[in-house]
Design a binder for this molecule. Structure first.
Ligand code: ATP
Ligand code: MG
Length: 228
């Protein structure tokens, strides 16, 4: 699908009468375009090809800021953006302080799971009292999951390419997002446990929602209508 972009961004107006939406590039931006369209919002640039970090829209009172996926909750928490779209995975690691989460957008769907090298005896390794080494970007979610199972786990924080860790002896298992399982298969790993389903949610700064309700509510309503 080739996204449609407004030919020219409207001049952005002052902040009390305007809203800023924080988005990350890639799948979240792509899957958010139809939701924005339902709210009558058309971005003026494509962040994949433009290097701009602030992107205007066809509406003078709406702009987008393009940030790293894991940074979306932070921008919204501090009010640098009024709204944002972030994965449940990212929100659980952030903790959600200062954020109102009114809507599951049902986009960027995948699952958080435990994966191990093919042939690794996870059943034995996950008996209560056993101890394993797990590499992950999702320290909070992983800690909660293994604690609930009564497992002792040494967690190793990584920032990407988790699949490599068990292949080179850094960890016994990984906790990572999986959608098709293609990356796991390509690296001779298998999913042994689903921790939770993941999709992206709309998040809103709590003060913005009170102060800019008349601008934000129609966007929430349009998104909610488009999700159904
Ligand atoms: P980077 O890949 O640049 O390190 P990132 O991993 O934070 O950044 P993305 O890979 O674009 O960013 O993921 C953004 C969000 O999309 C994740 O937080 C997650 O909610 C969701 N996501 C990640 N991987 C998948 C996937 N394979 N299928 C569907 N959704 C996914
Ligand atoms: Mg990624």
């Amino acid at each position: 699908m080739t996204p449609f972009f407004a030919s020219r961004g409207a001049e952005f107006v002052s902040s009390v009468s305007s809203i800023t939406l924080a988005l990350s590039k890639g799948r979240i931006f792509e899957e958010t375009l139809p939701l924005l369209a339902a709210a009558g919002i058309v971005p003026a640039d494509n962040p994949e090809t433009s290097r701009k970090l602030i992107i205007g829209t066809n509406r003078a009172d709406v702009r987008l800021v393009i940030v790293r996926a894991t940074d979306v909750p932070t921008y919204v928490q501090y009010g640098a953006a009024d709204l944002g779209i972030a994965g449940r995975d990212v929100l659980l690691e952030h903790g959600g302080a200062g954020l109102y989460q009114p809507l599951d957008l049902d986009i960027a769907r995948c699952r958080l799971c435990v994966a191990v090298p093919k042939g690794f005896d996870y059943a034995a390794a996950s008996k209560p009292g056993a101890r394993i080494r797990v590499a992950t970007k999702y320290i909070h979610s992983a800690k909660a999951h293994f604690a609930a199972k009564g497992m002792h786990v040494d967690l190793i924080k990584l920032y990407g390419s988790m699949e490599l860790a068990p292949l080179v002896g850094l960890a016994d298992a990984i906790v990572d997002l999986v959608s098709t399982g293609g990356t796991l298969r390509a690296n001779n790993l298998e999913e042994v446990e689903e921790i939770m389903p993941i999709s992206s949610r709309l998040v809103c700064n709590q003060a913005s929602l009170k102060l800019k309700r008349e601008l934000i509510q129609p966007v929430l309503d349009a998104f909610a209508g488009a999700v159904k």
